[in-house]
Write a protein that binds this ligand. Structure first.
Ligand SMILES: [Zn+2]
Length: 385
């Protein structure tokens, strides 16, 4: 049974809201199909975020291939702020009306996930962050969610197909099930070491039966150099203050000369609780908060019809663009028809949105996933959460 929409159904406009099909019927009957300019923007970002990351563009653009549509957009992986027009679409209205729903769907979810991943990566600092969210999402979109988490800055993914698409090695340890079936953490660790190919890091769970620090020391004393890290995934009902458990485990390992054995933490993590754990941790596995990241509520609004200024209440008419100062990086939203102002610092301001599609043909170079991700990483150096 296949419930999820396939690529063709999406490109045919079948995942759209019915009211766009009705729009087509009405406008065709009225013989109206004007040239329209529409802008995509987010009036508010979720949870008072100060910034967000724009992703989903390379999927979105496929909707308009070979249609007489022009698109200008921020490069994928750019940072953006509330009220900025991240994308402008121009063409005959009926050439894009029915694609508004999937257009928004692509970038709302992708940007939400990439933004969350970026926030977690900033909070984690130099530590590794892995996407463990596969089990919290519909499997048909697992590679989608992991792609946008990776672009947003996570270092790796656990799901096999996601890793294959991203040309990465999937990352993970072992589930509690192995330890339960073998019956003891140390025996399970030895079995892991015996069965799994060399070169794959030995990272063992230490929260299945006993105390985390006792188990960690027991494994370290037996496996020594072979043990790369221990993972703590303690259930919330047994946690108390997780940072104290992690700290104690770290200190007990260090006291015995096992400073090289890292601690990896997973379970219920997001950008808000990483900071309390950072001093003692080498890496994190983050699931639900990535797969269920708050969506960015982009909307698409008409700003000009047949070159005339026109917009609904709450939206300013006229095509706009985002300018950024070439020296101090301050930003401004200006009307495209106006001459570009200079920055208050006296320097030139440069338009950030670029033409990405002309009459249905993709313009410029197509970027691969790592090029887009590198753009995100270049922003993370100066952003904070
Ligand atoms: Zn400036």
């Amino acid at each position: 049974m296949q419930i999820h929409a396939n690529h063709k159904e999406i490109l045919d406009g079948k995942t759209t809201d019915i009211y766009f099909h009705r729009t087509e019927e009405i406008l065709k009957k009225e013989k109206k199909n004007p040239d329209v300019t529409a802008e995509v923007w987010a009036k508010k970002l979720p949870h008072n975020y100060k910034w967000a990351i724009f992703t989903g563009l390379s999927e979105l653009i496929e909707l308009f291939k070979d249609k007489k549509i022009d698109i200008k957009a921020l490069p994928e992986g750019s940072v953006f702020f509330e009220e900025e027009p991240v994308l402008t679409i121009k063409g005959k209205y009926l050439d894009f009306a029915r694609f508004e729903t999937p257009l928004l769907g692509y970038i709302c979810q992708a940007s939400g996930i990439s933004t969350k991943a970026a926030r977690c990566k900033i909070a984690a600092g130099r530590r590794t962050v892995l996407s463990f969210g596969a089990r919290r999402m519909h499997p048909s979109i697992t590679p989608v969610v992991d792609r946008y988490a990776y672009i947003g800055g996570v270092d790796g993914v656990s799901a096999v197909l996601s890793a294959e698409r991203l040309q990465l090695k999937p990352q993970g340890t072992i589930p509690h099930a192995v330890i339960l079936i073998i019956g003891d953490t140390l025996k399970a660790a030895l079995a892991y070491d015996n069965a799994i190919a060399e070169g794959i890091p030995r990272v063992m769970l230490v929260d299945t039966f006993g105390d985390e620090k006792v188990e960690a020391v027991r494994l370290a004393e037996k496996l020594r150099d072979k043990l790369n890290a221990v993972r703590i995934d303690t259930p919330s009902s047994r946690r108390g203050d997780l940072s104290l458990i992690v700290r104690e485990t770290r200190e007990e390992l260090d006291n015995r000369g096992f400073g090289d054995i890292g601690i990896f933490v997973s379970g219920g993590l997001d950008e808000n609780n990483l900071k309390n754990l950072n001093p003692w941790v080498e890496g994190y596995g983050i699931g639900t908060s990535l797969s269920n990241a708050p969506t960015i509520n982009f909307s698409l609004d008409i700003v000009e019809i047949e070159g005339k200024l026109l917009a609904k209440k709450g939206k300013v008419s006229g095509e706009k663009e985002i300018l950024e100062c070439s020296r101090c990086a301050s930003r401004k939203i200006v009307f495209s028809r106006d001459t570009k102002p200079r920055c208050e610092c006296g320097n030139e301001m440069i338009a950030l949105t670029k033409k990405v599609m002309e009459k249905g043909k993709i313009t410029g170079e197509t970027e691969n996933v790592d090029e887009i991700r590198n753009r995100v990483l270049s922003h993370l150096r100066y952003l904070n959460v």
